[in-house]
Design a protein around this ligand. Structure first.
Ligand code: NOJ
Length: 545
């Protein structure tokens, strides 16, 4: 295979996220699958990315779209088989694409054999010790053991249905269908090392670690007074997040990966602040990358973006790590829609038909400008499937098709993440826009997807797809991911920097910005970006001098 040499490849890698249920459906059941992905590998390698990250495809009742795993060592029949995975991996490797899989260690599904065993077992048994079972408070144990809330809304505790008089409660930081594991239990630690080896033996290049900051809880599980602490902006050092002991786990995993040739990586999904705390996850003996989610929270704002970039580069450099840049993923409103809101720094938890509708054209211009800005930064960049087509959020999904548990658990107060997970349009004039041969789709696609279908953009100058392709090609040619950033200007209306001879200018203001005399344009976020030597608002340009 063409990707075995150790190269620290992740330091500047562009990694494309595949959300399997929404990428491409080969068998017509309306849910994407691994063979569907195989059918589009040519598209992916032509895009110019370095690696694929697959959101979970393991056996799962799909209570949280696969982030509730019932068997970590097999593929859910919805998505295919292990043989399909092996074939896909070989095919990807043959094209020089690395493959990262998702590991979900904070919780299992409640259908996992361990949890079934725990429910059937006695309180205090070894089977219950793999999870966080506790007796309830109150005279009859009828009150939850502490006041923690679930990230998806409601209590983080559910009383187990075991037929006893005063059933115990189990902890779930997410849905009740996702019981949290007890990471102070050596059996849990051993099991996950074994799961890592299972996938490393198959040849995967790394793991994206779900809820990496949540595995270890503070001893005694004390009450905590911040709701949904995971997603609070400032520091979130609640007793369920970012405990110092969690790092021992990652040191152990780093050692497991080191047993294997070929530069395998761990990527932390850790909603941790401040940045210094996040950088602890990428110390040299822990993970290789951590998602830097700042661009999701600061929005279209030059001041916030510059601060975040400086902070990320400094804190990562202090531990010798690379920085990652992320504009969208399956958990947030797509950036083409976030940036089209009146307040383009807002960060809604989904957008519904009754809420403010984004300005699609403005959002797309800004999204393209933001992407071009980000792809010129040194470090590693993530692309969420469909952003290369300029896809917006589906902002008018009917409530009765919503599947994100956060919608139901908050009684609809949170619209949820379904709008970012709508099946990809491949062919404008085909059923389901080419997503599935039968026209079935697990979520309806908005009519706006027709004009954005991949076949309408391939080879079309000025299309978002061709912009991504060109940007990724130039990024590679100039080695921008391995370069260094030097600011050349920053104020409330613009940001500009240089990296390896490429100058980047983004106009966040309302007036055109003159380019320096002699600027030679390499790439612009829109065909009309530069008029009479000046960069129009909401545009980015790369140029040389
Ligand atoms: C983060 C994942 O990205 C999200 O989709 C999931 O719901 C939670 N972790 C729980 O696993």
């Amino acid at each position: 295979m063409g990707v075995a040499e150790p190269t620290d490849w992740w330091r500047d890698a562009v990694i494309y996220q595949i959300y399997p249920r929404s990428f491409a459906d080969s068998d017509g059941d309306g849910i994407g699958d691994l063979r569907g992905v195989a059918g589009h590998l040519g598209y992916l390698s032509e895009l110019g990315i370095d690696a694929l990250w697959f959101s979970p495809f393991y056996v799962s009742p799909q209570a949280d779209a696969g982030y509730d795993v019932a068997d970590y060592r097999d593929i859910d029949p919805l998505f295919g088989t292990l043989a399909d995975f092996d074939a896909l991996l070989a095919n990807a490797h043959g094209r020089g694409l690395r493959v990262i899989v998702d590991l979900v260690p904070n919780h299992t599904s409640k259908e996992h054999a361990w949890f079934r065993e725990a429910v059937a077992a006695e309180p205090g048994s070894a089977a219950r010790e793999r999870y966080l079972f506790r007796d309830g408070l109150g005279r009859h144990g009828e009150l939850a053991p502490n006041n923690w809330t679930s990230v998806f809304g409601g209590s983080a505790w559910t009383q187990v249905d075991d037929g006893r008089e005063a059933p115990q409660w189990y902890l779930h930081l997410f849905d009740p269908a996702q019981p949290d594991l007890n990471w102070r239990n050596p059996e849990v630690i051993a099991e996950f090392k074994d799961i890592l080896r299972f996938w490393l033996d198959r040849g995967v290049d790394g793991f994206r670690i779900d809820v990496a900051h949540g595995l270890v809880k503070q001893a005694g599980l004390p009450d905590w007074h911040i709701k949904s602490a995971e997603l609070e902006g400032g520091g979130n050092r609640g007793p369920m997040w970012d405990q110092d002991d969690v790092h021992d786990i990652y040191r152990g995993w780093n050692a497991v990966l080191a047993e294997y040739a070929g530069d395998r990586i761990l990527v932390a999904e850790a909603w941790v602040a401040p940045a210094e705390r996040l950088s602890r996850y990428v110390r040299s003996d822990e993970m290789q990358q951590a998602f830097n989610f700042d661009f999701m929270t600061v929005g279209w704002d030059p001041v916030g973006m510059k601060e975040s970039i400086d902070r990320a580069l400094t804190t990562n450099a202090a531990v010798g790590a690379t920085t990652t840049w992320v504009l969208s993923n399956h958990d947030v409103v797509r950036h083409a829609s976030r940036f089209g809101l009146k307040d383009a720094t807002s960060w809604p938890r989904g957008i519904g038909a009754h809420e403010e509708q984004p300005d699609a054209a403005l959002g797309l211009s800004r999204a393209r400008a933001a992407t071009l800005f980000v792809l010129a930064l040194p470090g590693s960049a993530y692309i969420y499937e469909g952003e290369e087509l300029g896809l917006p959020e589906h902002t008018t999904l009917p409530d009765d098709v919503r599947q994100d548990p956060s919608f139901a658990r908050t009684g609809g107060a949170e619209t949820g993440r379904d709008g970012a997970r709508v099946p990809i349009p491949w062919v404008a004039d085909a059923p389901a826009y080419g997503f599935s041969p039968t026209g079935a789709t697990w979520l309806p696609q908005p009519p706006a997807f027709a004009a954005l279908a991949a076949d309408r953009q391939e080879g079309v100058e000025g299309s978002t797809l061709e912009l991504y392709r060109a940007a990724l090609r130039l990024r590679r040619e100039h080695g921008l991911g391995r370069g260094a950033l030097e600011w050349t200007g920053a104020d409330a209306a613009h940001l500009s920097f240089a990296n390896r001879g490429v100058r980047v200018l983004t106009n966040f203001g309302a007036r055109p910005l003159p380019l320096p005399v002699g600027a030679r344009i390499l790439l612009a976020s829109e065909p009309d970006a530069v008029v009479d030597g000046a960069l129009a608002p909401d545009r980015t340009v790369w140029f040389a001098q």
